[in-house]
Design a protein around this ligand. Structure first.
Ligand SMILES: C[S@@+](CC[C@H](N)C(=O)[O-])C[C@H]1O[C@@H](n2cnc3c(N)ncnc32)[C@H](O)[C@@H]1O
Length: 391
């Protein structure tokens, strides 16, 4: 077992020739400690990877390395989140299957990997953009329209912004590619919340007054409108989907919403996943605006590791039990010799025991330095890449 800690590879240049990876590549020879200059945000968020913000995503290039190394017939991701594994597998022409407990995350994954007729998509998006501002004016005159909406929406949006979002939403059923429009709406809704520019991930309460902005180093005002975001993200979404469409290869891909302790997975020879960690993130709450606006069903009680359950010893025990149930469920779909690549910031060192109890052989464990580049969140940390094999 090789550990690529700071002390182990301080001088090697991080590995970026992703297309050169083959089954013969020795993973332990690769320096995966990318800094911003090695793997800039623009490359990490290429094409559909940036259709919508999602906290807790893994780096697509890391996924690409493991897909090229193991060349699976079918890869599954039981915690597919925003669909990174599915997108990368599709880009390489490999079959993939993902599941996630969050309806919004599944929507995002599905929209990223769906096949579109690009001209129709462009036509529909242009059309709704043209129409929504007229509809918003009508809603402004019929102010009662918003009283039927959730308290959350009324609190977190300026009235004008809410009219625009609701106007856009009311038009969606008239189009073919409704899920794409839902994702555009959600992305605009995220940006249009009454929040500070520096706290878009987990804002605590609505910001209604001007405030000193750490990000822009001046006094900023919370946004009053959503229209500019709807237009900008509409154009950006079409561009990104078209770009992915031009490079994807034929492959089967499916994303389902469900609890991975129970989902029926197809037979596979690779599992590539980053599980939720104990007490770290609430994956439903981070997209609360989308649940409210798109009226999605929540399955919070089945979300593993949610920060709402804390990270006490009791929570850790329950978390390990639940993660084991997921891998136990997957085990029956794994062909003999299948690999499992599990990427996790294992702060409590829970995963080596999990592998043992599940009877997986540990092939290697790589420690990767993660340099936190954005936001005001904690600084760098080490994440583990566990490679296990089913005997
Ligand atoms: C670390 S994130 C995965 C992110 C993903 N690798 C990506 O790049 O977007 C973990 C995911 O596990 C999902 N999850 C939590 N509990 C689950 C469960 N019981 N079954 C399926 N998915 C679950 C969360 O909704 C979250 O999207």
């Amino acid at each position: 077992m090789v550990t690529a800690t700071k002390a182990y590879q301080p001088k090697l240049i991080p590995f970026t020739d992703f297309a050169s990876v083959t089954p013969k590549t020795n993973l332990n020879d690769l320096n995966l400690n990318w800094k911003e200059r090695d793997l800039p945000e623009r490359i990490r968020t290429k094409h559909v990877h940036r259709l919508h913000p999602y906290l807790g995503k893994f780096v697509p290039q890391l996924v690409e390395i493991f897909l090229r190394k193991y060349q699976p017939q079918m890869v599954i991701d039981p915690f597919c989140g925003s669909g990174t594994t599915l997108v990368e597998a599709t880009a390489l022409g490999m079959d993939s299957f993902g599941a996630d407990i969050s309806e919004f995350n599944c929507l995002l994954s599905k929209v990223k990997v769906a096949k579109y007729e690009p001209n129709l998509l462009e036509k529909e998006v242009k059309d709704i953009v043209k129409r929504f501002s007229g509809e918003a004016q009508i809603r402004l005159l019929e102010r009662r329209a918003i009283y039927t909406e959730s308290v959350y929406l009324q609190e977190w949006y300026a009235p004008e912004a809410l009219y625009e979002l609701l106007a856009f939403r009311s038009l969606i059923p008239e189009y073919t590619y409704q899920d794409v429009l839902r994702v555009i709406l959600s992305r605009a809704a995220r940006s249009a919340r009454l929040t500070t520019h520096y706290d878009l991930d987990f804002p605590q309460e609505p910001q209604t007054e001007p405030y000193p902005c750490y990000k822009h180093k001046r006094v900023c005002r919370p946004t009053r409108n959503a229209g500019q975001f709807l237009v900008r993200y509409s154009n950006d979404t079409v561009k990104r989907i078209k770009e992915f469409d031009s490079l994807r290869k034929p492959a089967r891909v499916e994303a389902v919403c469900g609890d991975s302790r129970e989902v029926k997975f197809p037979d596979c020879d690779l599992v590539l996943t980053s599980p939720p960690y104990v007490g770290l993130i609430d994956y439903h709450e981070q997209h609360r605006y989308a649940y409210e606006l798109l009226r999605l069903l929540e399955h919070k009680e089945d979300e593993i590791g949610s920060s709402a359950f804390g990270n006490s010893i009791k929570a850790q025990k329950s978390y390990t039990g639940q993660i084991e149930q997921v891998f136990d469920n997957i085990k029956r779909s794994l062909v003999k010799g299948a690999h499992l690549v599990v990427i996790v910031h294992d702060r409590k060192t829970l995963y080596p025991e999990i592998a043992k109890r599940l009877g997986f052989k540990t092939v290697t464990e790589i420690h990767r330095n993660v340099d936190r580049r954005t936001g005001r969140r904690a600084s760098e940390f080490f994440e583990s890449v566990f490679v296990w094999r089913k005997l």
